[in-house]
Design a binder for this molecule. Structure first.
Ligand code: ADP
Ligand code: ZN
Ligand code: ZN
Length: 816
């Protein structure tokens, strides 16, 4: 008798056991996929977790349907990591499995397949059964598993589907992303009309009366003479110091001709790689210190101010790891995974760099997975977001977690609610690898760990090339308002600095915090503001689509002409989002190009890139944006950064609001003046004496840390205490209230005063579900494992109560 324990991608408390034949037992290995029946009629792809001879006692083991792999696709270290995640973050192995594997690997009853429209394949490579399915997809746009069962007249079809995916004939349906659009770079040349010597001479005579324009033309000649290559508009603008308006006028007059060349940024061009840069003395010291630190501290924190050249230090560490034949994982917040960085690393490491993030298609993700699994030369260095910690590394030598303070490393929903930085540390440990955490504004936890000597610690306090830290000025808008020196949301100081910056031909970034301020419509007559029908929130107004939208559930409606409540037509947009700032800027500086970067303008795989490219190429003078702007971008020509309102960040009801505000403001400020010229930052606030603002303006991390840690001690918050948040959800308010009171009472019997709640969150109803939160605070000396055990026990008794069975409970460990 032979059995296997199988992980199925659904939240089951226990592994399920299936029986296998002797031959199957000989063939199967842990980490392979098997198709298994489950429940009445479902089929799932499972991962073999254990092979043994112990018949389950509680139920009769069913047979597996078939084996899907010849060799394991998941290795032992991964399974160990899954186990750790499930236990630390209090979720099931099924949850972890679903988060880990590319969806193409998890075929199941619900899977919908479609023809791969990106690639046409040679049909002769298809076997008969494969061809039948492929053929059917010519007539029907999508098929489900049971359709395929019907077509092939058999039950076991997952392996056929798997083969079709491998041959890239079909895709597993998922969100459809924007198709790849190649990046076009703007170039200019002299118009063909002036190719003769005479014509050229005439032109130069004419231009002698327009020195600026003549300058541009002369610069164009000198660049082409020097480089003998096409001339980019951006290079011409840089070298001649001319504004894009002047160049445009030359194009309009037919003197210059503009054209585009397609540039493929995502794919490695195959050019020779460059040698990495020589480090300056500060970087060199930091590198040696990191290498020393690694000898005693496998996890080390690098605190280096913005633009200190941390990336170049990482590059040296990566080179060393690669030389030893190891794999490297370079983790970044999703949004910081820009082509700027990808290109930079590809310049050094060529095709050894693989990129992995959520906007990639299934095929792209499967390809990276397989390259990592086979330790292929094409994926020695994986550059990826949060979920790349799940890749099948087998020989990891180094993990870099860049921007380690970033909140987006934490997954909130669905389970596993893991933190990629903390999980990376565990993963590295399993491989005997080193972890380097890098940030200009470390998280309190990491800095605290460094102070406790749990992590090593290295600093770079100087910017590369001695570029000065930007000059940060606080602008008192309360005072400005009183003195009537505000135009909309702009203080006279901000307008002054903007005018100056634009005059010098530099660019500007305006930052508006995403949270807290949304443009809400309010009736001026009766005060009514339209609400989401599923959630307890006001709808936000989106000018660009003339729509009202709910940010929680996506509900939307056309903007109304008159108040739903009283019929008045006097409606007002309250609050200010990026859209409104953009509008105001356009009115204040009508002759300049303004663009906006937020969730709405950056949808799709390349939405974000387009705006960044436009800014890089100086097609935008003023960029208005949210949080997205803060992430490791390097814009040479941005000299002024304006933070529209610091107070909404500081006042956000969250124990980390102050820490986050500090990080956010310093990171945005870091975008100003990254070249010789010193950058300027203006922060508008009602409260310029706020300690955090003082600390931001003097770049005083240590003061911020000490003061915040004081609060954390006093109020028992992380990193001093650990914390687990329990969220209960139900569509019936009374039910969720009774349930949460029961839950909290049971927790109090064990943890006494360290239980807070139940509390209704600020938005008490989301997607028609009422929420209640309970917080368990865990002192350092209290065992985390025992705490979780107790919570799980309570959770189990909770679900044995009939009335509570329909309540959903989310456990969130380290919920911050
Ligand atoms: P950080 O990651 O600390 O913000 P970066 O690594 O992006 O800083 O470096 C800032 C700028 O300085 C980049 O444009 C980078 O190319 C340049 N730079 C950093 N170190 C060197 C070096 N050793 N030699 C030449 N240029 C460097
Ligand atoms: Zn809603
Ligand atoms: Zn009204």
């Amino acid at each position: 008798m032979h059995f296997i324990d199988v992980i199925i991608p659904i939240p089951l408390q226990k592994l399920f056991t299936y029986s296998i034949t002797h031959a199957e037992a000989d063939f199967l290995m842990v980490g392979m996929r098997v198709a298994v029946p489950f429940g009445k009629s479902k089929i799932y792809t499972g991962i073999v977790y254990g092979i043994h001879n112990n018949e389950p006692t509680a139920y009769e083991a069913k047979d597996i349907q078939q084996i899907l792999d010849e060799t394991p696709i998941v290795n032992d270290i991964q399974l160990k990591l899954w186990q750790w995640i499930a236990s630390y973050y209090m979720c099931t192995l099924g949850d972890v499995m679903r988060a880990s594997l590319p969806s193409a690997f998890i075929l199941e009853s619900e899977t919908v397949i479609t023809k791969n429209t990106i690639k046409t394949i040679d049909e002769s490579i298809l076997k008969d059964d494969e061809f039948l399915v492929y053929e059917a997809l010519h007539h029907q746009s999508s098929l489900k598993i049971h359709d395929i069962s019907n077509i092939l007249d058999k039950k076991n079809v997952l392996s056929v589907i798997k083969r079709l995916i491998e041959k890239e004939a079909i895709s597993v349906e998922e969100e459809v992303y924007e198709k790849y659009k190649p990046k076009l770079v703007r170039y200019v040349k002299l118009h063909a009309n002036f190719s003769t010597e005479n014509a050229l001479k005439k032109l130069l005579d004419e231009l002698s009366r327009a020195p600026k324009q003549s300058d541009v033309v002369m610069t164009l000649f000198s660049i082409s003479a020097k480089t003998k290559k096409p001339v980019k508009v951006s290079d011409l603008a840089n070298e001649s110091g001319a504004s894009s308006a002047i160049i445009k006028s030359l194009v309009d007059k037919g003197i210059l001709e503009e054209y585009h060349i397609q540039m493929d940024r995502v794919e490695y061009s195959g050019e020779e790689t460059e040698a990495s840069k020589r480090l300056n003395e500060y970087q060199k010291v930091a590198l040696t210190e990191i290498q020393e630190s690694f000898k005693t501290h496998p996890v080390t924190l690098l605190h280096g101010v913005t633009s200190s050249g941390k990336t170049e230090v990482y590059v040296k560490l990566i080179e060393d790891a690669i030389k030893e034949g190891k794999q490297v994982l370079y983790l970044l917040p999703e949004i910081a995974l820009t082509t700027q960085l990808v290109t930079r690393l590809q310049n050094y490491f060529g095709e050894q760099v693989a990129v992995f993030h959520s906007k990639y298609s299934t095929h792209e993700r499967v390809e990276v997975w397989n390259n990592v699994l086979h330790n292929s030369a094409k994926a020695k260095i994986v550059l990826g977001a949060r979920s790349s910690i799940f890749l099948p590394f087998n020989n990891l030598g180094l993990i870099i977690v860049d921007e380690e303070h970033e909140q987006s490393f934490k997954q909130f929903d669905p389970a596993p609610r893991y933190h990629a930085r903390d999980t990376a540390v565990v993963l590295a440990h399993m491989h005997g690898a080193k972890t380097l955490l890098g940030s200009a504004t470390p998280s309190l936890e990491s800095y605290f760990n460094a102070k406790q000597n749990k992590y090593g610690f290295v600093e770079i306090t100087k910017r590369y090339n001695d570029v000065l830290m930007p000059d940060i000025e606080l602008v008192d808008i309360k005072d400005a308002l009183k003195k009537k020196r505000m135009k909309g949301h702009f203080s006279d100081r901000l307008i002054e600095e903007m005018t100056e910056t634009l005059k010098e031909g530099h660019q500007i970034i305006l930052f508006q915090n995403r949270r807290g301020f949304s443009p809400i419509v309010e009736c001026k007559t009766c005060g009514h503001s339209p609400q989401c029908t599923n959630c307890d929130v006001s709808l936000t107004y989106h000018q660009y689509r003339n729509q009202l939208r709910c940010h929680y559930c996506g509900y939307n409606a056309a903007m109304m002409q008159d108040c739903e409540a009283c019929g008045s037509q006097d409606l007002d947009n309250k609050g200010f989002g990026t859209e409104q700032i953009e509008e105001e800027v356009k009115l204040l500086f009508p002759e300049h190009k303004v663009a906006r970067m937020d969730l709405d303008t950056t949808r799709g795989k390349y939405g974000y890139e387009k705006i960044i490219t436009a800014l890089e190429q100086q097609e935008i003078d003023i960029l208005v944006g949210t949080q997205m702007l803060t992430k490791g971008l390097d814009f040479r020509n941005v000299k002024l950064v304006g933070i529209m309102n610091a107070d909404n960040m500081l006042n956000f009801p969250d124990f980390r609001a102050h820490e986050r505000s500090f990080q956010l403001m310093l990171q945005v400020s870091g975008r100003a003046g990254r070249t010789e010229e010193r950058g300027k930052v203006l922060i508008q606030t009602y409260n310029p004496h706020h300690n955090i603002l003082q600390q931001v303006s003097t770049n005083n991390y240590v003061d911020m840390f000490n003061e915040q840690m004081n609060d954390r001690y006093n109020f028992k918050y992380p990193p001093v205490y650990k914390q687990i948040k329990i969220t209960l959800k139900h569509k019936d308010y009374n039910r969720v209230e009774t349930a949460s009171i029961w839950f909290a009472k049971s927790l109090r019997q064990v943890f006494q005063d360290n239980v807070l709640g139940p509390e209704s969150p600020p938005i008490a109803r989301i997607r028609n579900q009422f929420h209640k939160n309970i917080l368990v605070k865990i002192p350092k000396q209290q065992s985390l494992a025992k705490t979780k055990e107790a919570i799980i026990k309570i959770n189990n008794s909770f679900f044995s109560i009939k009335d509570f069975r329909s309540v959903r409970v989310n456990l969130n460990v380290d919920n911050f």
